[in-house]
Design a protein. Structure first.
Length: 319
């Protein structure tokens, strides 16, 4: 057995029943403990079965990970999870998730006496769950040190698009329709329009801040990305434009091979500027014939260009 294979298999014990090296997936919710209060590294709790949340949910409450290499630092990572802000849509008969999930990572096992010094980090995640269209959309994440000082945080802005109109869907609460019956007639999809990220030093003082914005076409493809990068350095901003296939044999015929990216261009600054082109990649040639590129042209600001020609064998595979 080669060293690479041994390294990949290190610390993995074969399943005693099947001999499987990769841990199998057991479709069960009931397990036998080694003894009362002692599990095998995973623990779950039951949530729900109440008026506000009629359906039950199995929630992971803690996970232990052992690196099987004792003596080189923290060997067992114990992560616990706390959930709050659950919401259930009685009209849709759907659980919309929790608005908050807090993960705490500790350098000890549940058998040890919890100590603040052993808390390595905390990850706080916040989610939308106002309607079935918002369910599961993460809007904030904060990474904190063991002492509670923030290290990193991010915020995400979403919009819900009405597919019938292409405009932002009107999902505001309506006193005349408290159950949201009007929502049953809406077909909508979420779009991420902005994400902000901030990093802090040990003080903690804000050390770095950036944001990105996104624009979409009528089919939901991202066509523009503006990245502010370091806010104090405007010269490092970039603007990326992606074009997609528009395959028609006649103006009145339906499109085929819709929404395949055919070219991408990256510009310096916050808009398209031919004089500020940094790099470009174009694979649009004959894309509408079989939905794969046969010629890719890559170029950079200095004018240097690389061209890749691709051909196929009798079975339609690249050769």
């Amino acid at each position: 057995m080669k060293f690479e294979t041994k390294a990949v298999r290190a610390g993995i014990t074969p399943d005693p029943t099947t001999g499987a090296i990769v841990p199998p997936l057991y479709q069960s919710a009931t397990y036998v403990l080694e003894e009362v209060g002692k599990d095998k590294g995973f623990d779950y709790t039951r949530s729900g079965n109440t008026v506000s949340q009629p359906v039950s949910q199995w929630l992971m409450t803690d996970v232990q990970v052992d690196d099987m290499r004792p003596g080189d630092g923290t060997d067992v990572m114990w992560s616990t999870y706390e959930y709050s802000g659950n919401r259930f849509d009685h009209l849709e008969r759907s659980f919309l998730g929790f608005s908050s999930v807090v993960e705490r990572q500790r350098a000890h096992t549940p058998a040890a006496v919890p100590a603040p010094a052993n808390l390595l980090r905390t990850i706080e995640r916040t989610y939308e769950n106002d309607t079935i269209f918002h369910s599961g959309l993460q809007i904030e994440e904060r990474l904190l040190r063991g002492d509670g000082r923030v290290m990193k945080e991010s915020e995400t802005v979403w919009q819900i698009i009405d597919l019938a109109t292409g405009a932002v869907a009107d999902l505001a609460p309506d006193a005349a329709d408290p159950a949201g019956v009007d929502h049953l007639a809406i077909a909508a999809t979420p779009q991420m329009v902005r994400i902000e990220s901030r990093w802090y030093d040990a003080t903690p003082t804000l050390g770095q801040e950036t944001f990105s914005t996104f624009a979409y076409d009528d089919l939901g493809n991202i066509v523009e990305i503006y990245e502010a990068n370091e806010l104090e350095t405007p010269d490092d901003d970039t603007f990326t434009v992606t074009e997609y296939s528009q395959c028609r044999t006649a103006a009145d015929q339906a499109q085929t091979w819709v929404s395949m990216p055919t070219s991408v261009a990256v510009y310096a600054g916050n808009a398209v500027d031919a004089d500020a082109l940094l790099r470009e990649r174009d694979g649009s040639l004959d894309m509408c014939l079989n939905a794969v590129p046969i010629r890719i042209v890559e170029s950079i600001a200095t004018g240097e260009t690389a061209i890749t020609e691709l051909t196929f064998d009798a079975y339609g595979s690249y050769n």
